[in-house]
Design a protein around this ligand. Sequence first.
Ligand SMILES: Nc1ncnc2c1ncn2[C@@H]1O[C@H](COP(=O)(O)OP(=O)(O)OP(=O)(O)O)[C@@H](O)[C@H]1O
Ligand SMILES: [Mg+2]
Length: 231
Amino acid sequence: MAEKVQTGIKGFDILTGGGFKRKSVNIIVGGPGSGKTIFCIEFLVEGIKKGEPGIYITFEEKKTKLYDDMKGFGWDLEKYEKEGKFTFLEYTPEQVKKVLIEGGGVVDNIITKQKVKRLVIDSISSFALLYEDELSRKQASLALFELINKWECTALLASQDTSKDEHVVSAAMEFEADSIIILYHMKQKGERIRALEILKMRGIGYPERTVSLGIKDGKGILVDPTSVVSF
Ligand SMILES: Nc1ncnc2c1ncn2[C@@H]1O[C@H](COP(=O)(O)OP(=O)(O)OP(=O)(O)O)[C@@H](O)[C@H]1O
Ligand SMILES: [Mg+2]
């Protein structure tokens, strides 16, 4: 069986038989406030605990705010950064596009120097919007996947789900990805409930149910693999 990379989110690791496949590219989709950023950071923090440095590339999150927010879960990103185990990289979609064309540059250097094993892009939505048609989106997606492959990282790409615009994540990206995880934050009888669904995961059988998810201060993401959520 393929080697697995634990996310540190216990219930999720149980559901998936140990987490993500090593060196796979995974997409996490969800609406605003559904927990994508927290999930991504928890995945990186778990890596750091296991001796796998991480890089977090973002266009949307501000560094000081993120560091502050994550302290609430007990994750000291500032400390990890000082220790050379965590890199926060604020990159515009245009800069990412440049990385794809030039084949690495700054990102390449950081990944080699810090021996980065886990990579997050939060999010790929604005990046996908840089490309006008599906064909150029497909080419860009393939270039990005090839780069991640070359870096030999296990990657998690966040994607905003607006539901209205189905082209926010390119179809090519969804086909290429090793897994797609969906986070829900739905209203049911006047109350918002959170849930998680594995839409696809190559190479393993997984439960087809949508399970409950919680976000807890001092802990992070909690996934209950046994509780089925129906909307
Ligand atoms: N310390 C905390 N304790 C409990 N819940 C929290 C805490 N911090 C944030 N949350 C919850 O997590 C949600 C934000 O999660 P997160 O930032 O990961 O969402 P997101 O999917 O990345 O959203 P966006 O698309 O806006 O970036 C908040 O709306 C809040 O409900
Ligand atoms: Mg976010």
